[in-house]
Structure formats: structure tokens, C-alpha cells
Design a protein around this ligand. Structure first.
Ligand SMILES: [Zn+2]
Ligand SMILES: [Zn+2]
Length: 118
């Protein structure tokens, strides 16, 4: 059998993916296996693309984490604002408000409801 691309040359190996006969020049030996140029190229590109996808996935995870942190920050600021505007003049220290919130959260919610609506 002669090389698929060079009919005048003798084939020394065949591609393990497409089975094409390869001469010494056309043969690409990767990890002890013979590939033609086209299959090796395809294999390499697939590997690079899957690597890029993995990196993109990591980027998304980091973005979601940042979004959660921003939301938590906004919630913290909001609850602090609600506390200092509505609750602090009435209930005093944050420890006191927290204690009431633990024992009787409805009281705070009702109080806030009347305060915000009026
Ligand atoms: Zn091939
Ligand atoms: Zn060849």
C-alpha cells in the first residue's frame, strides 16, 4: 500500500482514526499512535475548544458568585437603612431589634407596615 497523498511513496503506517495510509512524511506520531495530519489537527482543535469551554464555565461561576455578593451587600445596606430610619428611633440598639426579631418577628413586620404606609 502506498501513501494516500503521495502515491509514489510507500506507506509505513495508517491513521488510527480515518485509516488513511501514511508515508514517513505524512505520519504524525502522537502518544505512540499514528495520525494523519487532518485527524491530528481536528483532535487538537477539539481539545483546545473543550479547554476554552471549561474556562468560560469557570468565568460564569465567578460572575454568579459576584452577583450573589452584590445582592447580599444590597440586602445588608437595605436592612441597615430600614433599621436606622424606622427601627432605631423606636427600638434603640441593633441588639434589641435583633432580639425582638428572633422572638417576635411579626411585631417588627407589623410595625414596619404601619410606619412605611403612613
Ligand atoms: Zn486520519
Ligand atoms: Zn505521504
Amino acid at each position: 500500500m502506498n501513501c494516500d497523498r503521495h502515491p509514489e511513496r510507500e506507506g509505513v503506517a495508517s491513521c488510527i482514526i480515518c485509516g488513511r495510509i501514511l508515508c514517513e512524511e505524512c505520519r504524525l506520531k502522537l502518544g505512540g499512535k499514528n495520525y494523519c495530519e487532518r485527524c491530528a489537527d481536528k483532535l487538537f482543535r477539539e481539545r483546545v475548544e473543550s479547554g476554552e469551554e471549561k474556562r468560560k464555565g469557570m468565568g460564569l461561576g465567578v460572575k454568579i458568585l459576584i452577583a450573589i455578593l452584590i445582592i447580599l451587600g444590597i440586602l445588608a445596606v437595605l436592612s441597615y437603612l430600614i433599621y436606622s430610619v424606622y427601627l432605631a428611633p423606636y427600638y434603640g440598639s441593633p441588639e434589641n431589634v435583633l432580639r425582638i426579631l428572633m422572638n417576635d418577628p411579626e411585631r417588627i413586620i407589623r410595625f414596619l407596615g404601619t410606619r412605611i404606609s403612613t
